[in-house]
Write a protein that binds this ligand. Sequence first.
Ligand code: NAP
Length: 317
Amino acid sequence: MAKQYDVVIIGAGPGGMTAALYASRANLSVAMIDRGIYGGQMNNTASIENYPGFKSIMGPDLAQNMYDSSVNFGAEYVYGTVSSVEDHGDYKTIKTDEDELQAKVVIIATGSEYKKLGITGEHEYGGKGVSYCAVCDGAFFKNKDVVVVGGGDSAIEEASYLAGIVNHVTVIHRRDQLRAQQVIQDRAFANDKIDFVWNSNVTEVLGDDNKVTGVKVVNNQTNEQSTIETSGVFIYVGLLPMTTAFEDLKITDADGWIKTNDQMETAIPGIYAIGDVRQKDLRQIATAVGEGGIAGQQAFKYVEKLSDKSKSSVSEH
Ligand code: NAP
């Protein structure tokens, strides 16, 4: 028989872990499922400077601190990949690769993944110079030259991080203005190990059999083509929601982000969504944590309402 919980949380990033803390502290039985290590994108982040309480903290350290809090009141961490969620009204079925769980409430906190450029050589040289994680792979490029593709917070923050390790960083951006927050931009502009190639698209990753040797670039204003020699290509061109397992629930917008109201409720009673996977403007650890708190509290109210409903139906008989 499927193991039963009050609340199953899918995803153990900052949102999921906070929801686990709130729901378990309210005395609900909670399972938090993740297909990898807890912490989500925090594990790919070198230093975090905009989470209150810490002037600066390493992403993996904040992930560990949050995990310790999240299981402190009895929430269980379950390893697995969720393949589907079925809504049966007062209970939901959560299928993983190996198991089936049942819950009164499901909180989706699966976050997002890095978008690929979709160019020749990107897939072929994955792990051989192409990377989506400076924290994981930066050390392989000590004293070498790398390029970073993108102009958002991730690209520019990680360019500054890489500049502390590698010989030189070239940021290639498709416009002549960055999207990143001003403070992140200012730091990168002030770093003499970082330079910028503007109005340019990377069209191909070049390499020999085993490793990246360069990228082909085209200036989208002049159509001029060039090759930049590099050992590493760090790609940060945005995010895609991780919602394929929930397609049948029909709770996403056209791009796959999950729609909720301010209480984190989706269109299906008892199913909530929080963190980066939600349709919203600001994707931050701080916002995910706030949403996790709201969903944990809403889960408590929802379970209470279900139990009142079943008590009154028993007394009517
Ligand atoms: P993002 O904000 O969506 O930025 C993506 C960047 O990649 C943009 O500069 C975009 O160019 C460029 N881009 C998109 N598609 C491209 C393509 N096909 N070819 C070339 N360039 C392309 O993504 P992100 O930087 O990963 O950030 C995601 C979210 O996390 C954001 O909400 C961000 O604020 C947040 N975040 C926050 C922090 C922080 O607060 N410290 C750190 C990291 C991430 P255009 O500018 O021309 O659109």
